[in-house]
Design a protein around this ligand. Structure first.
Ligand SMILES: Nc1ncnc2c1ncn2[C@@H]1O[C@H](COP(=O)(O)OP(=O)(O)OP(=O)(O)O)[C@@H](O)[C@H]1O
Length: 228
């Protein structure tokens, strides 16, 4: 469960990215975060995976007060959160297998388990047979599948996805959405920032709209609600 109580985020240059956000996201929710460019969506997500800390207010993820986390506890909490970006962020000189396995190596899992689990998630994301490919040998959709496999390999309870279909064509985007739905079905909470009206209006989920750093709408099975 994720809970924000009166969260404010002011960046060093004085920009108020979030202004008094309070929200509760339950286990296994699927949330679309919508709103104009610069509204504060990425900041909202960065606070969840602790890339940023709030200027004011409390945020808890799975019972941890993550704004006030002791540095030695950060890796432990992060392990429980998978992050997916618009631009994939794969290591270009590593194979598909290595990119994915890396996330388990950093937590020092046993080699045999790493191999087994890596092959398992490669199959789950639909990339069977591609484990020795380099990112440059893959399509955008395939690269995003690698990024998703990397995000889920340690079985996180929360997946944060910042415009995961932003660089993909419509058909490929639907494939990625099916995969995120499957991951949600298997128990993960998903928070996805998106500008994709068609996806939001077709695959109905909870919609949280942020404008100018504030939540202006929060609806179960909501609509995208913007013209562009
Ligand atoms: N590191 C930073 N330093 C200063 N200002 C920042 C920083 N990061 C973001 N901002 C500002 O905070 C506000 C919110 O940005 P944020 O990236 O959260 O918006 P967003 O809703 O994700 O936008 P987009 O849809 O374009 O990705 C914007 O005004 C942005 O310029």
């Amino acid at each position: 469960m994720i809970e924000m109580q009166d969260i404010w985020k002011t960046y060093a240059d004085g920009t108020h990215a979030l202004r008094g956000v309070s929200v509760r996201i339950d286990r296994n929710d699927f949330v679309y975060l919508v709103g104009p460019s610069g509204a504060g969506k990425s900041t909202f997500m960065k606070l969840i995976y602790r890339e940023e800390v709030p200027t004011k207010g409390q945020i808890s993820v799975n019972g941890f007060n993550i704004g006030k986390l002791k540095p030695r506890k950060i890796p432990y909490v992060r392990r429980n959160i998978g992050v997916i970006f618009q631009d994939f962020r794969l290591l270009q000189k590593m194979t598909v297998f290595e990119n994915i396995a890396f996330a388990m190596e950093v937590i020092e899992a046993p080699k045999k388990l790493i191999r087994k689990r890596t092959m398992e998630v490669i199959e789950l994301v639909g990339l069977k047979g591609k484990h020795n490919s380099l990112p440059t040998q893959l399509s955008g959709g395939e690269q995003q599948r690698v990024a998703i496999a990397r995000a889920i390999i340690n079985n996180p309870s929360v997946i944060v996805a910042d415009e995961p279909t932003g660089n993909l064509d419509p058909e490929t985007s639907w494939g990625i959405m099916n995969l995120l739905e499957e991951i949600n079905f298997r128990g993960a909470t998903i928070i996805m920032a998106t500008h994709n009206r068609e996806i939001v209006n077709s695959l109905r989920k909870r919609v949280i709209a942020i404008e100018n750093g504030e939540i202006v709408r929060d609806e179960a099975r909501g609509e995208y609600g913007y013209e562009i």
